[in-house]
Design a binder for this molecule. Sequence first.
Ligand code: PAF
Length: 288
Amino acid sequence: MGHVVLIYNTIFETRSEIRDILLSGKTIGLVPTMGALHRGHISLLKKARQENDIVVLSIFINPIQFSKGEDLDKYPQTFEEDCKLALEAGTDIVFAPTSKEMYPDQLKTKVKVLGVTEYLCGEKRANHFTGVTTVIAKFLNIVPCDNIYFGQKDYQQFLVVKQIINDLNFPAEIVLCPIVRDYDGLALSSRNRYLNKEERQEALCLKEALDAAKDLITAHKIREVKEIEYTLIHIFECYSLVKLEYIFIGIADNLEPITKIPEGRKVLIALAVSIGETRLIDNLLLQI
Ligand code: PAF
């Protein structure tokens, strides 16, 4: 495999293909996405290609992780282009089910993670993470993989999925891959397509704020979280189209909030803003 991509829309076909692969003793890497692939997704596929015999890409715009009023109806769909990019990145199988295939009946079982889902993005997007963990649990049952790949841009999502893998004993390793940025530092996201020219320019506030936080901590040795937050708030105030949703500075492993930057522990600085109709997130992991 490697030069053709097998595309399956049903769970039945995917399962029978995966069963044969498992029987042959091959390892499987799964990259779950909602499509509209960009270089961030491609980096996950390439990492999966290096580490597994078979690479499976799932493309599914998961309705249950969107709240009312969010962008479910306008989420970009670029399936043919996605398959082309997936092939170039060495993908073997694309699993692209319909909503009806994934949710044929009203769903009465959901996978809900406590704790790490309650802050940051979980505060504003009430059912979002339960939607994510439910669909990932389904994917892990349909494609029992050795490795599953997530990007650091959605760092909280990575933690939440890591939790279900540990708690529910899914036999997969979760792999976190670095954020991929555009030429000017904007973290790649399928939602960047929504931005007009002015909004795209203002979106650079996220990288500017993260760079400033890094500089305060590493070069200026600032340890007070409040002081760092004040500086970041001032940066966001200079951008007229930007509405700040949150600045989070805490322990990366468990999202425990902190008042001082500790030594010897990985710290997460995570940001969320809205620019016009578009919600964007970005983050930085740092250890001093
Ligand atoms: O990050 C995403 O694209 C989605 O949340 C995921 C992991 C594919 C689940 O629907």
